[in-house]
Ligand binder design. Structure first.
Ligand code: KG4
Ligand code: ZN
Length: 325
């Protein structure tokens, strides 16, 4: 089945054409980052306007690169949430219009699940699995037993991990988005230099929390000389990896599920990935990750999710069940 995926939830206008959730015919992503950078983060009003300016040509380009006739697209999958409402509406309107013109079904896709499904573009596997999506706006640990069953085991109680990278990058004078910037600085640092606190909850929950870590880094930055910044960044990054593996191991144990899928922009971080790979192999856990360019927002993942499932256009977060203990 030939599916067009449309993604406009944040600061990338993306359209892809994917066959059977696997074969990527085209995958076009136009980033808005240069327009948001001067504000240090995504400005919703600018995001929506830039999506509106770009969407038609990105659709055209995706059809052109796929070398197909748009009439041959059999289904349109569009991100309906979570994300910036005014930006989502641009993608949804484009998808519905295409659906009406070509008489094709349009399905609403959950952005977090789309991230997870980036794995299925590259790896031949399926549920059950534990999925960890760590991005600029989210941190969700999900247990999936089928293509329509997703249970959220834990999520962040405050900042998302990508957001934390972005905020810390700002503190050290690096541009948005900060993840790759911090990764670069951390390369020359010693990850064991600073004892970054590990977040803990009174109720022993498996949830995530990153704002305490951000405050710790902020306070240390006031005390240290600039030559110690790489050490602090490396220690911060290591703690993020340790939090991820702690939560993964607990979920694996609880669900007796040895297959783990990673997704989301933060998983483009090669230090974090190698840490998780090492720990998972030590614990005989099968670990799957999409290539880095498919960890960040793209539309191929949306099309892939559209092949396996997808829901109503009017439901902001289709498919996800919150069932934390
Ligand atoms: O998944 P994504 O593209 O968008 C959302 O759905 O939020 O994730 C973007 C986030 C940004 O916060 C960015 O700083 C972070 O992913 N990111 C990284 C890296 N590359 C992108 N974080 C850590 N290390 C990276 N190499
Ligand atoms: Zn995303």
């Amino acid at each position: 089945m030939l599916i067009m995926g449309i993604e406009t939830s944040c600061d990338e206008t993306a359209v892809a054409v994917v066959k059977d959730g696997k074969k990527i015919f085209s995958n076009v992503t136009v980033t808005q980052i240069p327009y948001h950078r001067r504000y240090g983060g995504v400005v919703p009003e600018i995001a929506a306007r830039k999506h509106l300016e770009a969407i038609n040509s990105v659709i055209e380009e995706a059809v052109f690169r796929a070398d197909i006739d748009a009439r041959h697209i059999e289904k349109i999958a569009v991100t309906v949430g979570p994300g910036l409402m005014s930006s989502l509406l641009v993608g949804i309107t484009a998808a519905r219009t295409m659906g009406i013109i070509y008489g094709k079904p349009v399905v609403g896709i959950n952005h977090i699940l789309a991230h997870l499904y980036a794995n299925f573009l590259f790896h031949d596997l399926g549920p059950p699995y534990i999925g960890l999506v760590a991005s600029g706006g989210h941190c969700d640990l999900i247990y999936s037993t089928s293509h329509n069953e997703f249970n959220v085991l834990a999520s962040t109680r405050d900042d998302a991990p990508g957001e934390t990278f972005d905020k810390i990058a700002k503190l050290v004078g690096r541009p948005y988005p900060g993840g790759a910037e911090i990764e670069k600085i951390a390369k020359s640092g010693n990850p064991d230099s600073f004892e970054v606190p590990f977040p803990k909850f009174k109720d022993n929950s498996n949830d995530f929390s990153f704002s305490g870590i951000k405050t710790f880094v902020k306070n240390r930055l006031k005390e240290i000389s600039s030559d110690k910044i790489p050490d602090l960044m490396a220690s911060f990054q290591k703690k993020i990896a340790e939090i991820f593996i702690d939560r993964i191991l607990k979920a694996v144990e609880e669900k007796k599920c040895m297959r783990v899928l990673l997704a989301g922009g933060v998983m483009a971080n090669s230090y974090i990935i190698s840490h998780l790979e090492e720990e998972c192999s030590r614990n005989s856990i099968q670990l799957f990750i999409p290539p880095p360019e498919f960890c960040t927002d793209n539309a191929a993942m949306v099309a892939c999710r559209g092949f396996f499932g997808g829901g109503n256009l009017l439901v902001p977060q289709p498919d996800l069940k919150i069932c934390k203990k």
